[in-house]
Design a binder for this molecule. Structure first.
Ligand SMILES: Nc1nc2c(ncn2[C@@H]2O[C@H](COP(=O)(O)OP(=O)(O)OP(=O)(O)O)[C@@H](O)[C@H]2O)c(=O)[nH]1
Ligand SMILES: [Mg+2]
Length: 345
């Protein structure tokens, strides 16, 4: 999963990147070609820790999300975002839109609107160009033309595509377009640490909701400092700030919710492995997530819920207690499922 950080210049995007990944500031100058900096967020997961300790696994592999920080070209930055970055943003799974209040607290509704306007405008431009081509092309489908006209009308009304209901066929037709205003997104309010535990202003939340966006408060500078401390010191500092966990863990929870994800596990002595999957996915999807060969040769899945496993603490006892279920390809995965797939190549 790839998540990009967008926002106006100097709002603290690179600081948010450091806060979430723990990576040091980028060394030296970033050249014009090198527009992105990737970093991993390793998702902290007590359930995975427990599996690792019960199985005595040699390796622990948490869910990882790739976070991208961009380097804007100031010359191309006509408004708040650099349009030359948009092609890089189109294939991302989600966006963090950073808005700063650390220097000047106050409402952010207008900042949200103006950034989303730029995404909406970019999508309009893209859809319009595509429509021109579709109109000239006699072999093009009426379906796409009609759908593009509907999309353009929607965007013209100033609404992001996040809020537009699309049919499954429309989703498929436009999935490769990577519409920016349709990407699941969180607005990260980069605030002062004194303000980090206060819920967002209801008026700001209302604006965000009207754009299909969630708000997430994050004191970026404060959170970067946490990485230098011991776990005990971190907890003390977080408590003093009124926070229950580092921003990284809280943000992952918010993203899971926004993206509708669940976690499932494969575990044994070699490794304890956590995987993310869209809610509603089947056992076959889970198999494909692990390896395409495993999906191809799928016979059946042995599944136990995390709660049952945690209570019984061994494969043998899980079986004895009748808690190991045999499921077929169409079984709908649940959050916390521990799965072993039988397959034949
Ligand atoms: N006090 C305070 N300063 C911050 C915070 N976040 C960022 N800054 C400062 O704001 C300045 C800009 O931060 P960056 O993280 O470089 O911002 P950016 O959005 O990546 O900037 P560009 O990439 O140049 O657009 C730096 O001097 C940071 O130290 C914060 O939460 N609190
Ligand atoms: Mg930066």
């Amino acid at each position: 999963m790839k998540i990009g950080i967008l926002g106006a210049s100097g709002t603290g995007k690179s600081t948010v990147f450091r806060a979430l990944t723990g990576l040091p500031p980028a060394a030296g100058q970033t050249d014009a070609k090198n527009r992105t900096r990737p970093g991993q967020i390793k998702v902290g997961d007590p359930r995975l820790d427990l599996l690792e300790s019960i199985y005595g696994s040699k390796k622990k592999i948490p869910v990882e999300m790739t976070l991208l920080d961009f380097v804007a070209n100031p010359k191309e930055q006509t408004k708040q975002l650099d349009p030359s970055l948009f092609p890089l943003v189109r294939d991302l799974d989600a966006l963090l839109i950073v808005v700063a209040t650390f220097a000047s607290p106050g409402p952010i509704g207008n900042a949200i609107k103006s950034i989303d306007d730029e995404l909406i405008f970019a999508d309009f431009d893209q859809a319009e160009r595509r429509l021109e081509r579709v109109r000239k092309d006699r072999s093009a489908s009426d379906f796409e033309r009609t759908a593009l006209e509907r999309i353009l009308k929607w965007l013209e009304g100033g609404s992001p595509l996040r809020l537009l209901e699309m049919t499954a066929q429309e989703e498929r037709t436009f999935s490769s377009f990577g519409f920016l205003s349709r990407k699941p997104a969180l607005v990260v309010i980069n605030c002062d640490v004194d303000d980090a535990a206060t819920p967002p202003d209801p008026k700001d939340a209302e604006v965000a909701a009207s754009h299909g966006l969630d708000l997430f408060k994050l004191a970026a500078a404060f959170e970067t400092e946490l990485w230098e401390l011991s776990p005990a010191e971190q907890i003390d500092l977080l408590k003093a700030a009124g926070l229950d966990a580092p921003a990284r863990d809280r943000l992952v929870r918010a993203l899971y919710q926004r993206l509708g994800l669940l976690t499932f596990y494969t575990a044994g002595e070699p490794e304890a492995h956590a995987w993310s999957l869209p809610a509603g996915s089947t056992a076959l999807d889970a198999a494909g997530r692990i390896h395409t060969d495993i999906a191809r040769g799928f016979i059946r899945a042995e599944v136990v819920s995390f709660e049952d496993f945690a209570a019984l603490r061994s494969d043998a006892r899980v079986k004895e207690a009748g808690k190991l279920r045999l499921e077929g390809k169409d079984y709908v995965m649940r959050d916390g499922d521990i799965i072993h797939i039988r397959f034949k190549i």
